[in-house]
Design a protein around this ligand. Structure first.
Ligand code: PMP
Length: 416
C-alpha cells in the first residue's frame, strides 16, 4: 500500500515523521505493511500505557462484543459503566482515601479540560484562569486558552477563556523565589489578575518538554491556592494512569486537587475515554447542564475496568515504572556524559523522559535517525527541542534496553 496523502488534510503531522503504513501492533512493537518491525517509545502519545492490544484486556473486549454488549450507551446505566465506576471507586479512589465524584466529559483529553474549566467557573462564579508557561491542555478553544505554546495558539484566532500565564517551576532557573510573581500579582491592586476561578497545572509538562515540577513546588502551589481561595485543577491527561509511577501523578506530592482531568490511557486499550474527578461539594451541574453524544464509551469501560483489576490491584506496576524510569535516567545520563554536545539535558519522572538539545532541529534529527533504526519517538517542547520517550509501562527490559541502545546510537550519529 502506498502513502495516502491526497485526500487527508495537510494538518496531519505524525505521519510526516513516520512515512510508512502501519498495520499491526502488540505490546511495545508495531509492524508496517512490508513486515518491518518498530519498537514503540511513543505509545500513542501516552494513550497506550499497557502497550498495544494487551491480551487480558483484548479477551474481555472480545467476550463483551461476542455477547452483544452495548457499545454506545450515552448516559444510560449499563453493566459496563457500573462495573467501571465501582472498580474505580474501590480500587483507585478508596485505597488512596480520595473522595471524588466521576464525571464523563466526552471522549478526549480536551473534553475533560474544557469541562474542568467550565465547572470551575460555575462553582466559583468567577471567570479568570491561571495557567503556566509551556503548559499544554488541548486544542479546543477553552483548552487552548490555557495552553502556553504560541504555535498551537496561533492556529486558533481568539481563545475563549481569560487566562494569565504564570512561570512554571524552574522557569527562572531558581533565581526568583517560587510564586513571588504569582503572589504579587494576586495581591497587587495594580495588576490585571483579578480573583481567578482556578489554576490549571500539569505535574510534569508533557508537550511542553517533559518538565517535572518539584514535589515541594506542587505543594507550594496547592497551599497558595488554598490561601487565596482558588480552585486547583491538575491535568493528569498525560501523566496520570501510572506514567510517572503512581496512578495519579499528584500522589507523590500528597496534594488533593479540587478537580482532576484524566484521559489517554484510562481505557487501557487506546479507546477514547475521559474522566473529570470532582470533589463532591463541587458537583454543581444539574442534569443536562453538560452533555455530549460520546460521553461514556462502553467498550472502553470494559477494557478500563480490566486494566484496573490487572494493573492496579497492588503496587507492582508503580514499582516497575519507577525502576524502568531509573534505567532510562541512567542511560540518558550516560548519553549526556558521552556526548560532544555541551548542553544536553536529561529530565523526567517515572517513564516520562526527555533529552533536551540546544541546537535547532537536533531532537528531530535524532528521532529521524531512530526511525531509520526501527524506533518510534517524538519531540516536544516549544521549539521541538526535546526528544521525548513515553514507552509503554509494561515494556520488557530487553525491549527497553534495545530502544535505549538505538537512542544512544542515534544521538551519536546526529551529534558527531
Ligand atoms: N492535557 C494534556 C496534559 C495533554 O497532554 C493532552 C494531549 N497531549 C491533552 C490535555 C489533550 O488531550 P486530547 O489530545 O485527547 O484532546
Amino acid at each position: 500500500m502506498t502513502i495516502f496523502e491526497d485526500v487527508e488534510s495537510e494538518v496531519r503531522s505524525y505521519c510526516r515523521n513516520w512515512p510508512v503504513v502501519f498495520d499491526t501492533a502488540k505490546g511495545a512493537e508495531l509492524w508496517d505493511v512490508d513486515g518491518k518491525r518498530y519498537l514503540d517509545f511513543f505509545a500513542g502519545a501516552g494513550a497506550l500505557n499497557y502497550g498495544h492490544n494487551p491480551e487480558p484486556l483484548k479477551q474481555k473486549l472480545l467476550e463483551y462484543l461476542s455477547r452483544d454488549g452495548i457499545t454506545h450507551g450515552l448516559d444510560m446505566y449499563t453493566t459496563a459503566k457500573g462495573e467501571f465506576l465501582n472498580t474505580f471507586r474501590d480500587k483507585i479512589l478508596g485505597p488512596r482515601k480520595l473522595n471524588y465524584k466521576v464525571q464523563f466529559p466526552g471522549p478526549t483529553g480536551a473534553n475533560a479540560v474544557e469541562s474542568a474549566l467550565k465547572l470551575a467557573r460555575k462553582i466559583t462564579g468567577k471567570e479568570a484562569m491561571v495557567n503556566f508557561t509551556n503548559a499544554f491542555h488541548g486544542m479546543t478553544l477553552g483548552a487552548l486558552s490555557v495552553t502556553g505554546n504560541s504555535m498551537k495558539r496561533g492556529g486558533a484566532g481568539v481563545p475563549l477563556v481569560h487566562s494569565t500565564p504564570m512561570p512554571f517551576d524552574n522557569y527562572f532557573d531558581g533565581k526568583v523565589p517560587d510564586f513571588l510573581w504569582f503572589e504579587r500579582v494576586l495581591t497587587d491592586s495594580g495588576s490585571s489578575l483579578n480573583d481567578p476561578a482556578a489554576v490549571i497545572v500539569e505535574t510534569v509538562q508533557g508537550e511542553g518538554g517533559i518538565n517535572p515540577a518539584r514535589i515541594e513546588w506542587l505543594q507550594g502551589l496547592a497551599d497558595l491556592c488554598k490561601r487565596h481561595d482558588i480552585l486547583l485543577i491538575v491535568d493528569d491527561v498525560q501523566m496520570g494512569v501510572g506514567r510517572t509511577g503512581p496512578f495519579f501523578s499528584f500522589e507523590a506530592a500528597g496534594i488533593e486537587p479540587d478537580i482532576v482531568t484524566i484521559s489517554k490511557s484510562i481505557s487501557g486499550y487506546g479507546l477514547p475515554m475521559a474522566l473529570v474527578l470532582i470533589k463532591p461539594e463541587h458537583d454543581v451541574w444539574g442534569p443536562g447542564e453538560h452533555n455530549g453524544t460520546f460521553r461514556g464509551h462502553n467498550p472502553a469501560f470494559v477494557t478500563g475496568t480490566e486494566a484496573i483489576h490487572r494493573y492496579w490491584s497492588d503496587d507492582t506496576l508503580e514499582r516497575e515504572v519507577i525502576r524502568k524510569g531509573e534505567k532510562v535516567e541512567e542511560a540518558f545520563n550516560k548519553i549526556v556524559a558521552d556526548t560532544t554536545v555541551t548542553e544536553l539535558t536529561a529530565k523526567g519522572r517515572g517513564l516520562a523522559r526527555g533529552l533536551q538539545f540546544t541546537e535547532h532541529d537536533q531532537a528531530g534529527k535524532v528521532c529521524a535517525a531512530a526511525f531509520e533504526r526501527g524506533l518510534l519517538m517524538e519531540t516536544s517542547g516549544p521549539d521541538s527541542e526535546v526528544m521525548k520517550i513515553l514507552a509503554p509501562l509494561t515494556i520488557t527490559d530487553d525491549e527497553l534496553d534495545e530502544g535505549l541502545e538505538i537512542v544512544a546510537e542515534s544521538v551519536k550519529t546526529v551529534t558527531s
